[in-house]
Design a protein around this ligand. Structure first.
Ligand code: GDP
Ligand code: MG
Length: 442
């Protein structure tokens, strides 16, 4: 795949911003990569469409190709989708004891194993007292399986009473949890090979009698296209609070993760990484994104290029400042940097000796909207004017302000700020070969 990709990317023309064609060509390959990772077809299609809209027109970093740039954008977007707000990753709601955790999913997905893994984690990491109960009345061996695991990890299991219905076992588990002073009780349900109505009705009933704090869908990370179907059904009918992806230790690329997120919007909380009881980890969106896309080399390359360019730019600017040069282009670059770094105070606070000025600036009501307007003013200047702001007489000022849709008074404020900053740069430049400034860039 890598070779095919670089072939396509070489054909793309180099230019400043991503054109629609660049993006379309690169995304065609990305779409193939997603499908090869077992992302479901509709999810892959929607994802690619959303990225296409976002990527077109974005700047291309020097020394990378447009195709590589698109891959980086796709990678970042994948992480964003997989992570959501990230608040619930690795978290389980287990307040108000006894809290029920209901485990659902298809047969063989890893429910029983994951139930025990989570119980162990709650016990070891949070010091919780946990009770586990198997509701798998169809396979007596499944009940034994949970008990064996419970003994192994030192977690109690509900005594097995043959002949009870799942909802009755659930009620009994709740009773036992209450009386026995457990913090959490976990309900390991039976699965079917495919979704059926009896299974859903059964789980609904269990949910009704226990009001679980968490309903976790356990999905085999190697499942491909029908991951979406499974997720839609369980979330639609039962309502899940999160997902656990198992078998992420295998060599599958884990596209089910993206499908899960797209279809349910529910957080992926954990991943299973083996059969052992401690083979469970918090979900790491960046790792899974890298694996789904399978283009880690390209992503690393673009990141490196971006870092290098930022460092180059900063260094070049510092050299100019040391020579006492600070024109409107420099100011504009500073403003843009500020925008990126979350405002004036942020960036000035990082530069030694600028603290006082940062305060003046913010006292003068300098906010991000002001930065946007100031950039517009500089953009409305000619090349000559930017290089030499001394040229700016009344008529030019009027033209520039009008061009930016602003008042001349605002332009005057900008010019005053520029003079102050230029003075400051000059002074700092004289203070020995940029000792301070050099520190400021580091
Ligand atoms: P259930 O039918 O959903 O309860 O699935 P089980 O918990 O019984 O798991 C089915 C099989 O998958 C067992 O052999 C488990 O050991 C295995 N398994 C579960 N989770 C993982 C995992 O994360 N990685 C690997 N490699 N195997 C797993
Ligand atoms: Mg089971």
């Amino acid at each position: 795949l890598s070779e095919r990709l670089s072939g396509v990317f070489d054909k793309l023309t180099k230019q400043g911003a991503l054109s629609e064609d660049d993006v379309k060509t690169a995304l065609r390959e990305v779409r193939v990569a997603l499908l090869e990772a077992d992302v479901s077809l509709p999810v892959a299609r929607d994802f690619v469409k959303a990225v296409e809209a976002k990527a077109t027109g974005q700047a291309v970093t020097k020394s990378v190709t447009p195709g590589q740039q698109v891959v980086k954008i796709v990678h970042d977007e994948l992480i964003a989708v997989l992570a959501g707000d990230g608040a619930e990753i690795g978290q389980l709601k287990v307040d108000n004891p006894p809290a029920a955790i209901l485990m659902v999913g298809l047969q063989g997905g890893g429910k029983t194993t994951t139930t025990a893994k989570l119980a162990k984690r709650l016990k070891d990491k949070q010091g919780k007292r946990v009770l586990m109960a198997s509701l798998d009345v169809y396979r007596p061996a499944a009940m034994d399986q949970l008990k064996v695991l419970g003994d192994q990890i030192g977690v109690d299991t509900l005594p097995i009473v043959p002949g009870q219905k799942p909802a009755d076992i659930a009620k009994r588990a709740k009773q036992q949890a209450l009386m026995g002073g457990y913090d959490v009780y976990m309900l390991d349900t039976a699965g079917r090979l495919s979704i059926d109505d009896a299974l859903m009705a059964e789980v609904e009933e269990v949910k009704a009698v226990t009001a679980p704090r968490e309903t976790l869908l356990v999905v085999d990370g190697l499942t491909g296209q029908d991951a979406v179907h499974t997720a839609e059904n369980f979330d639609g009918r039962i309502g899940i609070t999160g997902v656990v992806l198992t078998r992420m230790d295998g060599d599958g690329r884990g596209g089910a993760a993206l499908s899960m997120r797209a279809v349910t919007g529910k957080p992926i909380k954990f991943v299973g990484l083996g059969e052992k009881m401690d083979a469970l980890e918090e979900f790491h969106p960046d790792r899974v994104a890298g694996r789904i896309l399978g283009m880690g080399d390209i992503v690393a390359l673009v990141e490196k290029a971006q870092e290098t360019i930022e460092a180059d730019q900063a260094q070049r600017m510092m050299k100019r400042f040391q020579k006492g040069q600070f024109n409107m282009n420099d100011l504009k670059m500073q403003l843009e940097q500020m925008q990126k770094m979350g405002g004036m105070e942020g960036i000035m606070g990082m530069m030694p000796g600028m603290g006082k000025m940062a305060k003046q600036v913010s006292d003068a009501g300098f906010d991000d909207k002001v930065i946007t307007r100031q950039i517009a003013l500089v953009q409305s200047m000619t090349k000559k004017e930017r290089a030499n702001p001394a040229l700016l007489q009344a008529s030019r000022k009027k033209r520039i302000a009008k061009g930016a849709g602003l008042e001349v008074s605002e332009l005057n404020k900008l010019l005053k700020m520029h003079r102050q900053m230029a003075d400051m740069m000059k002074k700092m430049g004289k203070m020995g070969k940029g000792g301070m400034l050099k520190q400021a860039v580091k």
